[in-house]
Design a protein. Structure first.
Length: 205
């Protein structure tokens, strides 16, 4: 089975997850699988609970991208993988693993997946989700406060100290590698439908 890899990149809160969710909903699980770069944050078992909270999670070095590259290569070779699970509450990987089977289309998403050339070279289609910074910040506040139990002050402090500068240094420049740029990501219904039709044509080949 030929496996097609679609990369979805963009800033934190840009609408990547919404886009990926809508693509998942349009196809059966046997046709489309997903992998998120966030699953591959490095584990911090050697640190105290407080130490990981001080790390820069928006820098390329925060991720075990080598593991993700190896997993994608395995999937392209029609091999099943066991991907890691990361807890944003515990700031560490859990003991759990999730089985991912190869499928005709694999969608990978993350803020920095276009920054790494080895990862880029595995992608057949590269989509960048382009959303205004104020919208991204508002979405990040809602997500981290409501879903991850963080205070608004800590979210804003992290945004100003690491998220914004890392976006400007790594994420925004990686947009030049995109084949397609979608304003507002999953909230752009016209672009989503066009992408669905493109994926459908790949599956039906």
């Amino acid at each position: 089975m030929k496996v097609t890899i679609i990369g979805v990149a963009g800033g934190s809160g840009s609408g990547k997850s919404t886009l990926v969710k809508k693509l998942q909903e349009a196809f059966g699980a046997e046709d489309v699988s997903t992998l998120c770069h966030d699953y591959y944050y490095k584990e911090h078992s050697d640190m105290s609970y407080e130490q990981p909270t001080q790390l820069n999670y928006d820098h390329p070095q925060a991720f075990d991208t080598d593991m993700m590259v190896a997993h994608i290569r395995s999937l392209k070779n029609n091999e099943t993988i066991e991907r890691p699970v990361y807890s944003f509450v515990e700031h560490n990987r859990t003991a759990e693993r999730v089985t991912v089977k190869p499928s005709k289309v694999i969608i990978i998403d993350g803020i920095l997946i276009f920054e790494n050339q080895e990862l880029r070279d595995l992608m057949d289609i590269k989509v960048f989700v382009d959303t205004d910074a104020d919208v991204r910040l508002a979405r990040r506040i809602l997500r981290d406060v409501c879903n991850r139990g963080r205070s608004m002050e800590s979210v804003i402090e992290q945004y100003l100290s690491t998220v914004k500068p890392m976006h400007e240094e790594f994420v925004e420049p990686s947009k030049r590698y995109a084949d397609v740029i979608i304003p507002e990501g999953g909230f752009n219904s016209v672009a989503v439908e066009m992408l669905i039709q493109s994926i459908r044509s790949l599956i039906n080949k």
